[in-house]
Design a protein around this ligand. Structure first.
Ligand SMILES: Cc1cc2nc3c(=O)[nH]c(=O)nc-3n(C[C@H](O)[C@H](O)[C@H](O)COP(=O)(O)O)c2cc1C
Length: 304
């Protein structure tokens, strides 16, 4: 419980409690989570789509409202930094979630936190990015440990422990372990780094810090506002049952990944496959490309 003698913390605690009640009321009005939903493979929206066809039949449904684009200046006088944050986290979706395990240099303080500014960006060597939206001067615990030790374990997030992942994002003070808050299980068998991996995670990656890039705030020039960490994968852990028969890939119906969407939303996976187009087979080589280009120019002329 917040120290209610501190008026600012008391006010923040009251606001948070009000939001919690509103959230629980809204949640109660929704249907229960359907455990029977399996990862379903369907056809793509338009299986007979051919190169040059543009949007598919579902696009009409997605544009029921006004369809003019509004120009948005991120630095307009009436915009705040938080406005840009809300726009981008709801627009750049879905994002994978890394549940990052780190520890202090002496190994005594262990930390766990989710990060969705997370991506696999190079194959050889396998490089992954994480971005912590805190300046180094006020580093989140994950960044502080990562800079101290150069080590982390990235645990991929599945449906089966999503509430615990969410709980690990609590704004706990340094030293209060999110392993306790989440109830997740540390496993101390990592081969190349010190932090433990998360037992409940079906796929985990031991990684070492490759480089850090800090960003200078445009709103408050001269201050550092966030940082990007490139980490190199050093070892993998995959649960036996998730490997496809050839042992090379992970089966999405076992992995059941959860992604981060805008606001406080999470998403699950509906899957369809699309083959990568081949320039000769699907476009018709340079000749077919010239035809598509002509047709497009004609369409633009008649629309003008
Ligand atoms: C699903 C999810 C994704 C998040 N992604 C990020 C992120 O990419 N970058 C970030 O700085 N914070 C992110 N957060 C917030 C951090 O998890 C939160 O600030 C946490 O308290 C940091 O913990 P630490 O101080 O123990 O490192 C995310 C939170 C959630 C619930």
């Amino acid at each position: 419980m917040a120290n209610l003698n501190d008026p600012k913390r008391a006010e923040a605690a009251l606001k948070a409690a009000t939001r919690r009640v509103e959230f629980k009321n809204a949640e109660a009005s929704r249907p229960a989570f359907d455990e029977s939903i399996t990862v379903q493979f369907t056809q793509p929206p338009e299986p007979d789509w051919v190169c040059g066809s543009g949007s598919n039949k579902t696009s009409a449904k997605a544009s029921a409202g006004p369809t003019q684009h509004i120009s948005i200046d991120p630095y307009a006088a009436d915009r705040t930094l938080f406005d840009n944050y809300r726009l981008l986290v709801s627009g750049i979706v879905p994002r994978p979630i890394a549940l990052v395990s780190t520890c202090s240099r002496d190994g005594k303080i262990e930390n766990l936190a989710p990060f969705s500014f997370f991506q696999f960006v190079n194959v050889d060597p396998p490089v992954i990015t994480l971005a912590v939206t805190s300046p180094i001067s006020a580093a989140k615990d994950t960044l502080r440990n990562l800079l101290d030790t150069g080590e982390c374990v990235i645990n991929i997030v599945s449906e089966g422990f999503i509430e615990a992942v969410n709980a690990s994002s609590a704004n706990a003070p340094y030293g209060a372990s999110e392993w306790d808050i989440s109830g997740l299980t540390p496993v101390y068998d990592t081969k190349t780094v010190s932090p433990p991996r998360v037992k409940e995670s079906i796929f985990s990656i031991e990684a070492k810090l490759e480089s850090v890039r800090n960003f200078t705030s445009r709103l408050n020039p001269g201050t550092k506002s966030g940082s990007l960490q490139l980490v190199e994968a050093a070892h993998f852990w995959a649960r036996e049952d998730v490997l496809t028969p050839d042992g090379k890939s992970l089966d999405i119906s076992i992995l059941r990944p959860v992604s981060r969407l805008g606001g406080i939303s999470y998403g699950m996976t509906h899957v369809f496959d699309l083959q990568r187009p081949d320039f000769d087979l699907d476009v018709g080589g340079l000749e077919g490309y010239a035809k598509l280009k002509r047709e497009r120019e004609q369409k633009e002329r008649s629309a003008a």
